[in-house]
Design a protein around this ligand. Structure first.
Ligand SMILES: [Zn+2]
Length: 354
């Protein structure tokens, strides 16, 4: 049995349509009364959008129902689904904690409340029956003021047991005017020992070489191999990994065809830049991680060996995976200690972990 690591998943986009529909039926039926039935809702929720901005609007709908009181409900269902249907052994879940605090409070009260949200998500994710290693990535957001984003970095510093990194989200076309601020925030995060990733080079408007030196991983980054391949050697040297989320690019209108990703994988492999394949918004897309893998394989975008290399890379670049080895190797040592050599032959060919 293979077990996987997911490095790029948003809490807001991780609710599968069926779970959200049930939640609305039970608690907020006014929000779905204009949908004749579930299938109409699913179609609305999962249909492709024209732009990244339009797509991100959908997140606000889910954010509005993910409150202090309901987060345990959603996180429990997400962990259960990830374990049972996706074989995840490791999950980094990202969100903007400020956007889960009550919006009638003042900015400073909302900042204060953020640490409760981190605790709620952390506790809700630790479920004995579904043993996935889970850690949170806190997203700074381009719609939020500097003070809030700085408080998000401070929150990451203060909660290392629940939080493994910070991110920057909100649509990569919107960073330009405040770029100095983001450079400062990332610099501050690195100085405080916080791991970093960031939504960058996702769309053609998202090229900010100024931010690259501060990132340990790059959220998406597909425009680099597509349009700035001269940057790849620098990424390889820095050991920066791209978090590539195939279905997203079709849903946001960033790519027309998944085949365009072949260049992304080929150029990265050639330059020695690691790629972790991720879902971004598995619920919103209704596409789980094993299907992302399978779809890249069946469309001949990557080979089986490349898939295994990407799966290895995901564990290697995971901020909070504490083990030297992939989990199936650990399991195998326990279950079939005498069969070590067989497993080496099975997973060792392209593996650099364990
Ligand atoms: Zn994302």
């Amino acid at each position: 049995m293979a077990l996987y690591a997911e490095l790029h998943r948003h809490l807001g986009g991780s609710v599968v349509p069926r779970v959200l529909w049930r939640y609305f039926q039970r608690n907020r039926s006014n929000l779905i009364e204009h949908f004749p039935g579930y299938l109409d809702f699913e179609d609305f929720y999962t249909r492709p959008r024209n732009t990244l901005d339009e797509y991100l609007e959908l997140h606000t709908m889910v954010e509005s129902v993910q409150t202090e009181a309901t987060l345990p409900y959603f996180v429990y269902r997400l962990m259960r689904g990830a374990y049972v249907f996706e074989n995840l052994a490791y999950l980094e879940l990202r969100y903007t904690p400020y956007l889960r605090t009550p919006d009638h409070l003042s900015q400073s009260e909302r900042i204060e409340k953020m640490s409760e949200i981190v605790d709620i998500v952390g506790k809700a994710s630790q479920i004995g029956e579904y043993p996935i290693e889970m850690s949170q990535i806190l997203c700074m957001h381009s719609r939020l003021p500097y003070e809030v984003n700085r408080a998000i970095v401070d929150l990451a510093v203060a909660h290392p047991h629940y939080v493994c990194a910070v991110d920057l989200a909100g649509g990569d076309a919107h960073y330009r005017d405040r770029l100095d601020e983001y450079v400062k925030l990332y610099d501050y995060a690195r100085q405080r020992g916080v791991n970093t990733t960031g939504h960058l080079y996702e769309t053609e408007e998202g090229a900010y070489p100024e931010l690259l030196p501060y990132l340990m991983r790059i959220g998406h980054g597909i425009q680099i191999p597509l349009h700035y391949p001269e940057l790849l050697p620098q990424l390889a040297e820095q050991g920066q990994c791209l978090e590539v989320c195939p279905t997203t690019y079709l849903k946001t209108g960033t790519l027309d065809d998944l085949q365009q990703l072949k260049v992304v994988f080929d150029r990265c492999f050639e330059a020695g830049v690691d790629i972790a394949i991720c879902t971004d918004n598995a619920g919103l897309h209704n596409v789980r991680l094993p299907f992302e893998y399978e779809s890249l394989l069946t469309q001949d975008i990557i080979s089986f060996q490349q898939l295994q290399a990407c799966q290895d890379a995901a564990f290697r670049h995971a901020f909070a995976w504490k083990y030297e080895q992939r989990p199936e190797r650990i399991l195998s040592d326990i279950l079939r200690p005498e069969a070590d050599d067989d497993l080496d032959l099975m997973v060792g060919e392209t593996s650099t972990v364990g």
